[in-house]
Design a protein. Sequence first.
Lengths: 169, 437
Amino acid sequence: MKYITKVALIAGALFLAACEQNSRFDNPLGGRGAGDDFASSGLASADNPTTPEYFRQFVGDSVFFPVNEYTLNAESRSLLGQQAEWLIDNPNFDAIVQGHADERGTREYNLALGDRRANSARDYLLSLGVSAARIKTVSYGKERPAQLCSDESCYSVNRRAVTVLVAGQ
Amino acid sequence: MTRLFALILALLALALPVSAQQGPLRIEITEGVIEPMPFAAPSFVPVNADAKEIGEDIASVVAADLVSTGLFRQIQTASFISGITSFTSPVEFADWKAINAQALITGQISTNGNQLVIQFRVYDVFAGQELGNGLQFAGTTEGWRRMAHKVADAVYTRITGESGYFDSRIVFVSERGNKGDRSKALAIMDYDGANVQMLTDDSNLVLAPRFSPSGDRVLYTSYETGFPRIYLLDVGSASRRVLEEQPGSISFAPRFGPDGNTVVYSLATNGNTDLYRMDTTGTGRVRLTSSPAIDTAPSFSPDGSQIVFESDRSGSQQLYIMPATGGQAQRISFGAGRYGTPVWSPRGDLVAFTKLNKGRFHIGVMRTDGSEERLLTASFLDEGPTWSPNGRVIMFTRETQGSSGQASLYSVDITGRNLQRIRTPYGASDPAWSPLQ
């Protein structure tokens, strides 16, 4: 059930991204999936696998957590595995992992919890061979929710660690 | 002795709802509903023509302060039988008795350029005598609200026997924008929401400001560097400096010790949040906890000997007390649900906290041994209590539900009565109450 929700959300996000780019580039991308051929789309950079846009859209920048937890499930480890691969292939980018919490906690506790989540994701990336010097962490606690509603459909995507690429040192 | 105007707030260790009763006039502590004490506060008599308007304004702020406590009820001017046209003439007690004004506040105001002098007296109407002696405050016309608050504090103290809290300020976070992209700035205002001033701009996320014991400095957390760090701000000059910038870690939840030179706070390194203390100079860092759990939201006891904080070392967020130098911590919260953001009361006897239980948030108080827990509020999201200087009132953040949810400030008596919203120009969160100025 949770998995289906997430797939739907990701699909929704991709659809929005597509709409936005359609309007800017007038080049419909149409339906897509992991197997689509991006080389012919002509989009600015999401078809170029060395760009942050590609990383965000097709590797995936976020992993999600259950209430008050910070351990990674199989799905999250798999996604972080792809992030690690990408980071190793693209040494000109470093990353800041942002940890976030849903709004059902106190401000200070959520900052600490977001820090735990960011470090869970970072530790896993490091265990896969990404250099420690390349990955920083930050916690936003409950200050920057991805979705704004006040129910579990939003909370489940707000309890997250987001890998944000920055230009390498 | 029959109508002795002796209002005794018998604040037994745990204050309960109070009510004014007939017979010898006093405020008794009962579980019953309060009957606020009726008082009259006619406009303060202007000595010179220029002072007329300010005299009306001051009397209305004094009255608003008293009414806001829930302990007093103002008798409207329209029902007055006689007015006060001279500060020095004898009071016609019969006229005030007839409208059941138990207390009467009279005053006179004179101005000279921007100089302002207030004189006032408080009367026990039914005893037909003055309560204490008249008082005089002198200041400037720009500071008229503060002087009004000082008058109200003096009246409050004479009638309840306790120190007041009206001449105090609130530092808080002023919020704009939707909750996915909210901008936040530090702001300061009078306790009643007047005179809002920004202390920072909103270009960086700022969180949870805390006053120094003398109210001249503020500790807070800012994302100025992109990472949460603790800053110290001078209220007068609004100049600030970073206190803790350990690379690779984040610091937050700072609070002053009662000496004003000590800071206790959380530092998170490699996913583990512990408590530390240091000097306000940014030196002398000492680690206080080293559990693999989250230890945060520390608050000193008023004597500086102990620290109450929250930790999830038991598996869920709970409250603990440890010596201010670190060491063995004693868990004090054992009720259902999770507990966070403990704050030691200025009297030292209570701890205010945020409680999360069954999907609801509460502000509550308990004794420092964890006994006599009482929840004062309930809503979708209440958090972050701060004590009034006299320990009678708690202010906190309440955020509404949903995608358009907004935060605002509320106050509530430690009796659980008198819940009030404090009006602010924008959204507001994370209040911290100053000492009495």
